[in-house]
Design a protein around this ligand. Structure first.
Ligand SMILES: Cc1ncc(COP(=O)(O)O)c(C=O)c1O
Length: 251
């Protein structure tokens, strides 16, 4: 594929999150993975694959990482999502000169990390307990995800759009155009429920996203159902208010 020569039109690298992306929850199919790797190969663009949510797949088989399709891709993983954020341990899978540069940079940036914690984690990983732990938390998060999806179906207006993610922590909900997400955000803050307006995830403040990101990671199914019901009531009250305004304007 032809690519314009101007440097600002030709990125040096691209970072992607093919498994249960944060914030959209999107998950690439195998044809999408192949197409992406072929395209970035043609463009000679370095790919950095962020697999933060890869081990949190709740439905269907785990699809192969992009790096399995092209060994020049750099894969980044973390134990923050599956074990605990406080561990601050992640890893990079890279080949060739980039691998050596990563090792050098790591030494310079953090003097090699915490050896004791890394050794404890390595022992834990080789004991097989990580797999048992994953199966347990996948079941728990699947239940939370299902509770949130069912609550959205029950309490959100039919013209809001979302899809139930196959894994990860997040759902992306596109609101009806006449329901401003910032108004929903403010009303929910007053009720002690925090949602993430979609605009947080875009560089420009005036981006066109009238969407919100919901997380089902931290709370029990009952709390999630309660929160989604409250958000749904807030959205429906804005819809009814808009309808009353519309009716009042109609001669
Ligand atoms: C896609 C993605 N990558 C990486 C991270 C960072 O993980 P860590 O806690 O290991 O810095 C996050 C955290 O939210 C994330 O959502």
């Amino acid at each position: 594929m032809a690519c314009p020569d101007a440097p600002f039109r030709r990125p040096r690298f691209v970072t992607v999150n093919p498994d249960h992306q944060n914030p959209t929850g999107l998950h690439w199919s195998m044809p999408e993975r192949h197409r992406f790797v072929r395209l970035t190969g043609e463009l000679e663009m370095q790919v950095i694959e962020d697999g933060a949510y890869r081990d949190l797949t709740y439905d269907g088989p785990q699809l192969v990482p992009l790096r399995a399709l092209d060994p020049s891709i750099v894969y980044i993983g973390t134990f923050s999502k599956t074990l605990m954020p406080g561990l601050r341990i992640g890893y990079v899978v890279a080949s060739g000169p980039l691998r050596e540069q990563f090792i050098t940079l790591r030494r310079i940036a953090s003097c090699g990390g915490s050896g004791v914690t890394e050794r404890a984690l390595a022992d834990y990983m080789s004991s097989g307990m990580y797999e048992t732990h994953l199966t347990r938390i996948q079941g728990e998060y699947r239940t939370r995800r299902d509770a949130m999806c069912e609550a959205l179906q029950a309490y959100f207006p039919s013209d809001a759009q979302w899809s139930c993610p196959k894994g990860g922590f997040f759902m992306w909900v596109q609101l009806p155009p006449d329901v401003p997400v910032m108004e929903v955000f403010r009303m929910m803050m007053e009720r002690g429920i925090v949602i993430a307006p979609g605009s947080l995830f875009y560089p420009a403040e005036d981006n066109p996203q009238n969407a919100l990101r919901l997380s089902f990671a931290r709370h029990t199914p009952d709390t999630l159902r309660y929160a989604v019901k409250k958000i749904g009531e807030c959205i429906n009250s804005i819809v009814r208010h808009n309808q009353r305004l519309g009716d009042a304007k109609t001669p």
